[in-house]
Design a protein around this ligand. Structure first.
Ligand SMILES: [Mg+2]
Length: 196
């Protein structure tokens, strides 16, 4: 099965770093769930936030943390025959840093794709085109429009998405990479049953 995995918030977690940088640059004391663009833009100007984002998603990407269990789970999924497609909405100039992060941390994957690059291409279009069987993302709005498509849709639990009440029966909140692994294994076992 092809599995689409988001980068920020699912593989790399910059929230602790953003908390530190926000304090240093703007003297803001934030909780991890307050480090989103939507929240921070209410406290600082758009220009300030854009620069903050450029730094976090730029050279500082290498200082962000790996989400616990990610490397092992991705490795196991690949051994079990799945294809891992990292799908990010990062801007073009930010992607190299994400790739570097994957490389220096030895994170296993098959392909790295992006949806931004000036075009209004959504994750949904890419997912449909590539015949993705499961999608993991920490941004609820990326998942809602895939509801009903028959694929496994997983919201990766993070402090900033806990306010999202899941209102679609086929979207499942997953708690960490062990949970992801269990869910994907169950989903592929179900598919094997169907073809028998
Ligand atoms: Mg994300």
């Amino acid at each position: 099965m092809r599995i689409s995995v988001d980068f920020d918030g699912v593989i790399a977690d910059a929230s602790a770093f953003k908390v530190k940088l926000a304090k240093k640059k703007f003297d803001l004391t934030l909780r991890p769930e307050q480090t989103t663009g939507a929240f921070m833009r209410r406290l600082i100007s758009n220009e300030e936030y854009d620069e903050f984002r450029r730094e976090v998603n730029g050279i500082y990407t290498l200082q962000t943390k790996i989400v616990p269990g990610c490397k092992k789970a991705l490795g196991l999924l690949m051994i079990e025959g799945h294809k891992i497609i990292i799908l990010t909405a990062r801007f073009a100039h930010e992607q190299g840093f994400a790739k570097k992060f994957l490389e220096v941390n030895n994170i296993p994957y098959n392909h790295f794709l992006f949806v931004a690059e000036g075009k209004k291409r959504t994750k949904k279009e890419v997912i449909n085109k590539l015949k993705i069987g499961a999608m993991i993302d920490d941004y609820y709005d990326n998942l809602t429009n895939l509801s009903g498509s028959g694929i496994g849709i997983y919201l990766f639990d993070q402090p900033w998405n806990r306010k999202n009440k899941i209102d679609k029966s086929d979207i499942i909140r997953v708690f960490g990479w062990t949970d992801v692994l269990d869910r994907i294994r169950a989903l592929s076992a179900e598919k094997v049953e169907l073809v028998r």
